[in-house]
Ligand binder design. Sequence first.
Ligand code: ZN
Length: 248
Amino acid sequence: MRRWLLFVLPVLAWSLCAAALLTAPSAVPADVPLPVEETPAPSSTPSGGLIALTFDDGPRRSTTTALLDGLAARGVQATFFLIGKQVAEYNQDLLQRMDAEGHQIGIHTYDHVMLSGLNAADFSAQVDKTRSLFQSILGHNGFLLRPPYGSTDPAVRSMAGCPIILWSIDPEDWDDQNADRVVEHVVSRAKDGDIILLHDIFPTSVEAALRIVDQLHARGFYFVTVEELFAARHITLEPGKVYRCAYP
Ligand SMILES: [Zn+2]
């Protein structure tokens, strides 16, 4: 069972019980179980739903490490779309750490190039090479693809070999690298099923991401990986298809 389900289901069960008690107390059978003490207390506001944090362009030793530390302290898993060259040359241990800590791994090409317009050989040198690298380091397969700049065309979709994941909230954190603005942009728009795009190569984006987690946690959101988000909506991700969100 998914880890978030372990938390969501008790809360859901509690909510259903509470609703029944509030709306029709006389109709409640005597054997309806009361909430047990160890049931996690629901937040003061109703659950905000599920949301996926995604990070592009990493890993970068200093910033990605700080982000992983912050996410671990909060019990949050995210999805990282990584540049193959940066993993191969400097950061194989960071990839292993992400995988070990439950984060999802995706491909963001080997050299951060636009995939649209590439021939099959050049596409393979960007996507298949990165996939093989990650597989050799982690010992498993199943990596999503996020094309740089969100650029896709029919050829990219036919050659992808895996689901293509874009996003529904983009604060353009790379532009002014202003944590306050990024936090406000994301928190004011966040809704159930969103996929948030950030870049874990800027200290301001790491700061913003952790503040976003804290503020959306307080509003009852649960953070999940992209795979978990779509699984929760009973959507099977298919190779070559493009996904931007998983609204209920
Ligand atoms: Zn990128």
